[in-house]
Design a protein around this ligand. Structure first.
Ligand code: AP5
Ligand code: MG
Length: 221
């Protein structure tokens, strides 16, 4: 079992890469943002609690987020190893995760920091579309769907995230640098951090990430 965290600014490619790497290495991809968006789509209590924060581009309160992710992590499929995308997002969440994974053999083994220039992040987010049903991510400039407005994988309807509006992207970037970026040092001190350049083709970035992982821990398929 091998557990990985992906850290990076909005638009760095966490979701894209977590999905590609998880498929390649037969791991489970857990995105806190996707869990919140699913809850919003389904109109659940969790979705209602998260909605206002997501629309403003600020973090959902820790109690709500930590409980949601811990519940997901307790599912049996997580035994084969997980890639966490978008969680933890601040030191409180990182410490909660460390104490939840304190049993022998259960830990965060590696943290991948995906880096990209701010201008590139903004370009990517303004052209991102995603599937309402399965959350697959597209980009109208460099990875459009085969049929406009429809998901290649499940046929679901594609939409633009309301928090990808330029003013909300600016807010999210500010929140990232103030609250999430300190995690990079936290994990560096634990000797778990690898930094990966997030620009170049998606396949190139996947190769960089996989080569930062120890070979013996990984079962590719
Ligand atoms: P979340 O959904 O996690 O958003 P985010 O961190 O802002 O990150 P993004 O999903 O925008 O970017 P990404 O790095 O996944 O990029 P992607 O792969 O899609 O969080 C949303 C909100 O939920 C938060 O603001 C908060 O309110 C709440 N929330 C979530 N987690 C929380 C937590 N732990 N605590 C509290 N609140 C939380 O790629 C972007 C685009 O670029 C796509 O179009 C893609 O196709 C394209 N692209 C990707 N790679 C490349 C490449 N190599 N070249 C060219 N284009 C590329
Ligand atoms: Mg994402």
């Amino acid at each position: 079992m091998y557990n990985i965290v992906f850290v990076g600014a909005p638009g760095a490619g966490k979701g894209t890469q977590a999905s590609m790497v998880a498929r390649k290495l037969n791991m489970v991809h857990i995105s806190s943002g996707d869990l919140f968006r699913q809850a919003l789509e389904q109109g659940t209590e969790l979705g209602k609690q998260a909605k206002a924060c997501m629309e403003r581009g600020v973090l959902v309160p820790d109690e709500i987020t930590i409980q949601m992710v811990m519940e997901r992590l307790s599912a049996p499929d997580c035994e084969k190893g997980v890639i966490l995308d978008g969680f933890p997002r601040n030191l409180t969440q990182a410490e909660a995760l460390d104490s939840a994974l304190s049993e022998p053999g259960k830990t965060i083994d590696k943290v991948i920091h995906i880096k990209a220039a701010e201008a590139e992040l903004i370009r990517r987010l303004s052209a991102r579309w995603l599937c309402r049903q399965c959350q697959a991510v597209y980009n109208m400039v460099n990875s459009p769907p085969k049929v406009a407005g429809k998901c290649d994988k499940c046929g679901g309807e594609l939409y633009q995230r309301p928090d990808d509006k330029p003013e909300t992207v600016k807010k999210r970037l500010g929140v990232y640098f103030a609250e999430t970026a300190p995690l990079i040092d936290y994990y560096r001190r634990q000797g778990k951090l690898s930094e990966v350049a997030g620009e170049g083709s998606m396949e190139e970035v996947t190769r960089r990430i996989v080569s930062a992982l120890p070979e013996e821990k990984l079962v590719t398929r």
